[in-house]
Design a binder for this molecule. Structure first.
Ligand code: 5GP
Length: 124
């Protein structure tokens, strides 16, 4: 499957520094920042710096270095916000929306990390 990446999407603009963001963590291949409309006390978006549209696109075309960096950064954020159960936190939820059925608003691959309150059942 091929994906057309729209470099005018909001996260691409954030990566280019054209729109400000509230950065939580930046690594070589990953940027994590707070969601502008948080759905929980902690709502962090984790994005790869490369031009990927969805989970599938990222997993199947990014380099191993990018995937490792991204995955470790996401894990680090769970600890940084105090949500990692293995580190004394109360837990969190990770979501990635893709395409129309997934109601993906921004066509740049990202994870939502939600924490800071009981999140209820997963189905909306
Ligand atoms: P999606 O539906 O694509 O999975 O989620 C996109 C998320 O990006 C939404 O939760 C929305 O609030 C967030 N968002 C949209 N525009 C901006 C922005 O300019 N800055 C930040 N920090 N988040 C944004």
């Amino acid at each position: 499957m091929s994906y057309a990446y729209d470099d005018q999407n909001i996260f691409a603009k954030i990566l280019r520094g054209e729109i400000p963001n509230n950065t939580v963590l930046e690594t070589e291949h990953t940027l994590a920042f707070r969601d502008i409309a948080p759905k929980a006390p902690d709502h962090v978006l984790v994005i790869p710096k490369g031009p990927y549209v969805t989970f599938d696109h990222f997993c199947n075309t990014a380099s191993e270095a990018e995937i490792v960096d991204f995955t470790r950064a996401a894990g680090q954020i769970c600890k940084m916000i105090g949500a990692e159960p293995g580190a004394g936190g109360e837990g969190f939820r990770v979501i990635s929306n893709a395409g129309e059925d997934g109601v993906q608003e921004v066509p740049h691959y990202h994870l939502h990390i939600l924490a800071g309150r009981p999140l209820g059942p997963m189905l909306l």
